[in-house]
Design a protein around this ligand. Sequence first.
Ligand code: PLP
Length: 386
Amino acid sequence: MTYYFDHNATTPLSAAVLTCVSRVLRECYGNPSSIHSAGQAARQEVELARGHVACLLNAHPSEIVFTSGGTESDNLAVLGAVRLGGAAGKHVVTTAIEHPAVLGACAQVVREGAEVTYLEVGGAGVVNPDAVQRALRPSTMLISVMHANNETGAIQPVAHISEIARTAGVLFHSDGVQAVGRLAANVQALGVDLYSLSAHKLNAPKGAGALFVRKGVKLQALQFGGRHERERRAGTENVPGIAALGCTADQLQQHRAVESQRLAGLRDRLESSILRRVPGVRTNSAGAQRLANTSSLQFDGIQGEALVIALDLAGFAVSSGAACSSGAVEPSHVLLAMGLTRTEARASIRFSLGQGNDEIQVDALADAVVASVARLRKLSPVYEHA
Ligand code: PLP
């Protein structure tokens, strides 16, 4: 049996979501665009889910566009905003620690003639709002800064940046994929114009997500062929995935605050146990406000991948660097942007907690980390033993 500590990569389905998805797959097979009752039953599921997602974000249902996940939401926000009226000559401000979904979309708008400024972050992995202010140009039409980082959990000053964006008359997108469900993601308080989320980070299946698009904000669609989602996202809706997202949003609305507190307690228990028992460990983003469930630790003399494999063999799923770049030998771009050396970045491991974890699992993980690190260091030709 594996104890799963990689919830920032993806999450298992909750029991409520599994029940919802099975029911919708069985009973709501109609096409939501069909006018007969089978179609209307499916439409009802989609609109119910839209209401739940809107409620979680404190948005209006008409401001929610369903997508295939976080990557599409980020692409729709960046490409959709910049391409409207042509990308050439436009300027975008983003950060060096964004998820590849935003960085890749930015690289694409550069190929289409736009310019992008990638802001550096401090050692704690947090962007300085003054740097955002200084980067603005008359041609800036979009700022994209994530709400919370997937690797370190560092929470970004989104509400402050949105004030800067509003004053400058610039659109503001935030990637909320890791923040939703873990922080209050109130789009009114945050002041964002565009906000991305993904179902599979929230105990719902892969293949569904949403983009909040503030009323009045215009986007150029990425795909064509139908008038779905108010002409912002063509294609027959993923009804079971959307229903699952709605179900999980409803659950989060009720339980998020209590669950975040529980996870913060478990995360602190894990960190303090490891820091107390293993010499040569540092917490990445220690100086930042962090997501309650995330711990990124740097182990002197360790190759992250070797520790991931050792822990996997011991029955624990954790991650080195972002899940999306796992398998690649390059160290995490996020940790490098924070000023870590390549060796320090490669010596980092991310533990991300979620619904199924408890104190017994956390204590077992800490024991396994202590044992695995000691064994790997003993084998290391370069590690200096005290
Ligand atoms: N943005 C962030 C911050 C993420 O962590 C992820 C996934 O790891 C994504 C976007 C992409 O989301 P999806 O896997 O739903 O495409």
